[in-house]
Design a protein around this ligand. Structure first.
Ligand code: NDP
Length: 249
């Protein structure tokens, strides 16, 4: 932990639980004021805010479905109106509807694309109106955005959105580089969360595919996000950085 993010403001989408909550807590511990969004977990979001406040930080929680462009844009604006500025956007929200591709309905495809991809576009566009030199856009992709080791059946739609986020990161990094804004993609492997529990049905094949033979912890991802958000990562942009225990090695 360090104070490298003092006076910075961060918005972490999907920050009430799992990886997003860990990133929010870590950015706050490093000195940032933090806004988090959630969809239905108001109590969990309030707990994250309370934890940050109890540790001496500042945080707010905003209900905003990542698939709802108006709500996402309003969340960015509320962050800026509350804290006066925006320096770091962490596009963390992501969803997965595990079904063989041939059985996936158009509505299910639209939901996954709407949250994992369109939601990232909308939040990033809204944030870019406020980001200044030193600004950071960080998206949480996935190791399956690069390679599918067949750990979990039926990932085609999800993996496609995570691959798209990787190329979005690379392309956007070139568009905004001269404004001093970096754009990076963090690609977790198996991380123990409500959505992907280390004791869940899909755990064994995921563990088998890691080099380290274990799940990762949400704080492993948060530590990398905090580094990328900080001033020492000034020369890292357009990168997809894996935290996957060697899954894609
Ligand atoms: P969780 O399901 O544990 O947490 C999801 C968080 O996102 C919650 O805070 C949830 O809020 C929020 N959320 C869900 N849907 C929406 C929505 N439509 N709009 C706004 N917020 C929403 O997920 P993880 O922490 O496991 O995953 C976080 C990110 O990391 C995702 O992008 C995922 O794809 C990626 N990832 C995760 C891996 C893993 O092994 N865990 C591996 C690779 C990538 P609420 O409390 O309201 O439900």
């Amino acid at each position: 932990m360090n104070a490298g993010l003092t006076n910075m403001t961060a918005l972490v989408t999907g920050g009430s639980r799992g990886i997003g909550a860990a990133i929010a807590r870590r950015l706050a511990a490093d000195g940032a004021r933090v806004a988090i969004t959630y969809i239905s977990g108001a109590d969990a979001a309030a707990r994250v805010v309370k934890e940050i406040e109890s540790a001496g930080g500042e945080a707010i929680a905003i209900q905003a479905d990542a698939a709802d462009a108006k709500a996402v844009t309003a969340a960015v604006e509320q962050t800026v109106s509350t804290f006066g500025r925006l320096d770091i956007l962490v596009n963390n929200t992501g969803t997965l509807i595990p079904k063989p591709f041939e059985e996936t309905t158009l509505e299910e495809m639209d939901r996954v694309i709407g949250i994992n991809l369109r939601g990232v576009f909308v939040a990033t566009q809204a944030a870019l109106k406020h980001l200044k030199a030193g600004g950071r856009i960080i998206t949480i992709g996935s190791c399956v955005g690069e390679r599918n080791m067949n750990m979990i059946p039926a990932l085609a739609t999800y993996a496609a959105t995570k691959g798209a986020v990787k190329m979005f990161t690379q392309s956007l990094s070139r568009e905004v580089a001269l404004r001093g804004i970096t754009v990076n993609n963090i690609q977790p492997g198996p991380i123990d969360t409500d959505r992907n529990p280390a004791a869940g049905d899909w755990a064994a094949p995921q563990i088998a595919n890691t080099a380290l033979k274990r799940f990762g912890h949400v704080d492993d991802v948060a530590a990398l996000a905090a580094f990328v958000a900080g001033p020492e990562a000034d020369y890292i942009t357009g990168a997809s950085l894996t935290v996957d225990g060697g899954t894609n090695a």
